[in-house]
Design a protein around this ligand. Structure first.
Ligand code: HEM
Length: 533
């Protein structure tokens, strides 16, 4: 879902958002069935000039934690309550599918986990989730380090160049740098392919960005033009899209073939215990192919890889972008973070042990995800009628909803809910160290770190679904620990060596949203070597 804030396309874009969602509605909600639900009557003016999820937030404060958003005859239900989110995502998860999201992503990800039908999903999730086992994640620490090191070297070299000209500062779009970094990491970590995008361009890199761009565009365009007969041949951007997909698919096919040609059969447990320190290829693809019973067809494997490439790339880049954006506005917190890094690492390397000691950096990462969740909305559609629980502010009894209801679980609203967070819009990484009492909120168990003992990062379990950075229930992100460790390491390595300030004011950084929340023109920063004082 995207709301762009520029150009004459404005109102078209706003309509497109809604039409796109509602074009796929199998059932338009009838006022009779959920008639008692508070209704936000959307007007185009509500949506102009700012991202869509901002308006959803205002309506949440006005209408309560579950409301119907109606545009003319079209409607969908917006959920901003942890108990209802827990019901949809976990307790009654199999009564919902991905609805409009699956329609948009299926042409790109095929039967990958995100858009997959339930049967395929069950089978592939059982295979893919174990691939993110502890030793794999440990092995990835080196990949996160090596790739972050490339970015650091690049900044170092640019500064060297400036220093020879008497300047000690450079302007950099850190969002673009984080995007390259995340692409390199996902390539090596998932299918042992080094895009090398921090330092160079290539046709495959261009194709990946082209595909991501198209995925975003599809979620904003007001008719699903790619479904029209002949569109794939006649519409130029569709031809480009097909070409981009072909380039990536050829690359993935080649990697799959190589992995299969060198396959060594073993059972899952053995694979999970293998010595990654001596393994040249620690990738997920290696694991998936080596796994006993992994005679899965190449097409499915390719869909799985493509899904992880798309799901794990921009999301992580966005976390790093907003973490820097927030830190740059809070120099004291930046200094506190750097002090922790100095204490734990000095000038040394980042190991898994060190990562465990970097508590403040880890909390900065999760606090950034709280304020800028990626994606800001989770999309679902009811497969059969359901009864949403009540008990929150606004409804004691809950609501019945018919099959075919389209739902947005607004993670953004949950994460900034004044009912569950103190100073919800403030950047306070320390907040996760405080325990919130749960009194007064029916059905919600409150924050309790003891519910998830040993977890390195706060999660949906300790917050009883008030904090949902990776979703929850059976469709929860499989790459959560991978992404969190990656972000922590990259951020720590950047701050270890450099001071970062925003180039302009924070207000000048315009927000746009597609699958993720990102900036309109990049996160332009001034970067310099850290002062020793
Ligand atoms: C699903 C967030 C990184 C792979 C999800 C979901 C969220 C999410 C919220 C649930 C979507 C839903 O319920 O509709 C994030 C964020 C990331 C991140 C914020 C980075 C900070 C990654 C990485 C990978 C990955 C690195 C893979 C290497 C997936 C997959 C799913 C998923 C395959 C679908 C799971 C399923 O349906 O079974 N992610 N993700 N993600 N994510 Fe991530």
């Amino acid at each position: 879902i995207r709301c762009m804030s520029t150009s004459t396309e404005k109102s078209k874009t706003k309509y497109s958002l809604l039409d796109n969602a509602s074009n796929f509605l199998t059932n338009v909600l009838s006022g009779g069935k959920i008639g008692s639900m508070p209704t936000a009557e959307g007007a185009i003016t509500d949506l102009i000039d700012r991202p869509f999820f901002f308006s959803l937030y205002d309506w949440f404060l006005e209408h309560g934690a579950v409301y119907k958003l109606a545009f003319g005859p079209k409607a969908f239900v917006v959920v901003s309550d942890p108990v209802v989110a827990r019901h949809i995502l976990r307790e009654n998860a199999f009564s919902y599918d991905k609805g409009v999201l699956a329609d948009i992503l299926e042409p790109i990800m095929g039967k990958g986990l995100i858009p997959a039908d339930l049967d395929t999903w069950k089978q592939r999730r059982r295979v893919i989730a174990p691939a993110f086992h502890a030793l794999y994640l440990e092995a990835m620490v080196k990949v996160f380090n090596d790739c972050s090191e490339r970015m650091i070297t690049k900044v170092d070299e640019l500064l060297d160049g400036e220093e020879s000209g008497g300047r000690n500062i450079i302007d950099m779009d850190l969002e673009a740098e984080f995007s390259s970094l995340a692409l390199d990491i996902i390539g090596i970590g998932v299918f042992n392919y080094d895009f090398g995008s921090v330092t160079k361009e290539s046709p495959v890199i261009k194709a990946v960005y082209g595909t991501l761009f198209e995925a975003e565009h599809r979620s904003t365009f007001y008719i699903p033009y790619w479904k029209l007969p002949l569109a794939r041949w006649l519409v130029p951007r569709q031809r480009k899209f097909r070409n981009d997909l072909r380039v990536i698919n050829d690359c993935l096919d080649e990697l799959i073939k190589n992995a299969k040609d060198t396959r060594q059969e073993a059972d899952v447990e053995k694979l999970q215990q293998r010595d990654y320190s001596n393994l040249k290829d620690a990738s997920l693809l290696r694991f998936l192919v080596d796994m006993r019973g992994a005679d899965v067809d190449d097409r499915q494997l390719r869909d799985d890889l493509m899904t992880m490439l798309i799901a794990g790339h921009e999301t992580t880049a966005a976390v790093l972008t907003w973490a820097v954006f927030l830190l740059a506005q809070h120099p004291n917190k930046m200094k506190k973070a750097q002090s922790e890094i100095d204490l734990v690492l000095g000038l040394g390397k980042l190991t898994l042990e060190a990562l465990k000691k970097l508590e403040y950096i880890r909390l900065i990462v999760v606090e950034s995800l709280r304020l800028y969740p990626q994606p800001p909305l989770l999309i679902r559609r009811t497969l059969k009628s359901d009864k949403l629980p009540g008990g929150y502010k606004g409804s004691k009894d809950g609501y019945s909803i018919p099959a075919g209801t389209d739902i947005f679980v607004s993670v953004y609203n949950l994460h900034r809910s004044p009912y569950f967070w103190d100073n919800p819009n403030e950047f306070e990484p320390e907040r996760f160290l405080r325990k919130k009492e749960s009194e007064g909120i029916e059905g919600w168990a409150g924050f309790d770190p003891s519910r998830s003992p040993g977890a390195l990062y706060p999660n949906e379990i300790i917050s009883d679904f008030a904090f949902l950075p990776f979703g929850g229930g059976p469709r929860k992100c499989v790459g959560d620990q991978f992404a969190l460790m990656e972000s922590t390491i990259a951020l720590a390595m950047l701050l270890q060596k450099f001071d970062v300030e925003l180039k302009g004011s924070a207000d000048s950084v315009e927000i746009v949203t597609g699958a993720t929340i990102h900036t309109k023109n990049g996160l332009w920063c001034k970067v310099k070597r850290r002062s020793t004082t």
